[in-house]
Design a protein around this ligand. Sequence first.
Ligand code: ADP
Length: 565
Amino acid sequence: MNPPLEPILKIGATASPVEHLDLATAIKVSQAVSSEFVPEKLIDTIMRTAIEQAGAERGLLIRPRGLEQRLEAEATTSGDSVIVQLRDEQAGAAALPESVLHYVLRTGESVILDDAAAQSAFADDPYIRERQTRSILCLPLIIQGQLNGVVYLENNLTHGAFAPDRTAILKLLASQAAIALENATLSQALRESEQRFRDYAETASDWYWETDADHKVTRMKDYEQLRALGRLPLTSRIGLARWDFAEDLESQPEKWELHRSMLEARQPFRDFVYPAVRFDGSLTYVKVSGKPYFDAKGNFLGYRGTGNDVDAAVRADQAEAALRQAQAELVHLARVTTLGELVASIAHEVNQPIAATVTNAQAALRWLRFDPPKLDEVQRTLERIVRNAARAGDVVQRIRNLVKKAPLRDDRVDINAAIREVVELTRSEAMKNGVLVRTELADSVPPVRGDRVELQQVILNLVINAVEATSALTEGPRELQIVTGRIEPDHALIAVRDTGPGLAPAVEENLFKAFHTTKPNGLGLGLSICRSIVESRGGRMWATANTPRGAVFQFTLPVHPEIAT
Ligand code: ADP
């Protein structure tokens, strides 16, 4: 539907000449509109001014969003006052004559109707017919040739309400409003986008920074605050080249060389971790990422990026690596020790029959040199040689079996004797720490079944732990007592008591867990190994508080079956 333009329709060009524009009002309108930056307030001002200047009863602001025309605000008069309400709905036939809106949208020109319902090209519009609308003024908001919205005004009380001398000021308002709305929208979008990126940067990093083309830090978020907290590395000091300080410390020159060449090539870099010096001189690990930035002509201006304090994480990684290393060494040591023992026992056990064989062979030679040779003797010595060779073969076979299955020794072990040896072994260590070691070894303790060396390992561990615990004391007696006894059913009980600081409840739960340690150089393996040794022998191990203070570590072992009743 393309309505005929003349004679009823007055388009924008018919507006009054500029002379009719009241300068004072124009300035007032212009100032009111251009001093508002908050979109909601700006819309309120525009609508209020439009209603007042036009003498309209009702006004609408419609702006495009995507493909839709959205009704953003509605102003109505009530007595002397104007009420502006923000809306957010599609601009449809319920709110305004759609044919008028479409005409303005299509042509980009204003529509002024003196008596819309009676004698206009839009008289058939359902909205106009139904409400018998009289005066209508519909103005496009145009900015740089682009339609940026529409202001719709109506007055049903009088016809010809929008006289040409009023429309001049409204046109001025419309052009100012178009620019102001565009700016307000843009600056709000800009603020939002800045906030969004600030949120991203703040959640992803501890600080962010900017350097100039010489790689000197020029800008740093929360610089003074971070500096006061001692969190910033010295390398981020404003005015310093970022690598000036760290470089000297860096143990991996290749890594620095790579980093430097990336900077020189103006490449972005990501997650560069290095040890840096803090303002207080301590070392901290930081992780930085950055990318170069350029001016409009493509000149390199510097780097921008983020930084993170990764000290705790790096140190935890290092501790874990050290732990793994220590573990590996321990396993290796254990292997070497077993191997050493094995070699020694092979040498010993094989040596005996071989030595016997040599002796027998020499004897046989001697018997042969007799005239006549003593063949009976020769035969006997040869038989001995065969037996010894068989024994050597047996030994080798046994060792083979040992290597294959490595079964534990199953000896009768005298616990008291084993303990005395351990005490002897640790005497100097205990004395050095001023710890008094006493033993109370019951004669009634029966031999247990097991491996003496392994058992001594357990006791040694408990004694060393107790010595370490008590020697941490600054007052009170430093005592350690080892007690043995027999308990039912057919078990030996071994207890190691100390007068140390005892077990903190939090510690107690984890005592026997591998890698649980409260010592700076501890491995936290001792007790877990002890417990597994004891349990593999059918015993139990536990820890309780000692009275009046300290800790007691106890374990049981089944007595040797030949002794058990
Ligand atoms: P490590 O000696 O390497 O720490 P252990 O497994 O032997 O490993 O001990 C684990 C932890 O148990 C120790 O770090 C310590 O906190 C605690 N602990 C062991 N023995 C005693 C004791 N006699 N008194 C108090 N705490 C002890």
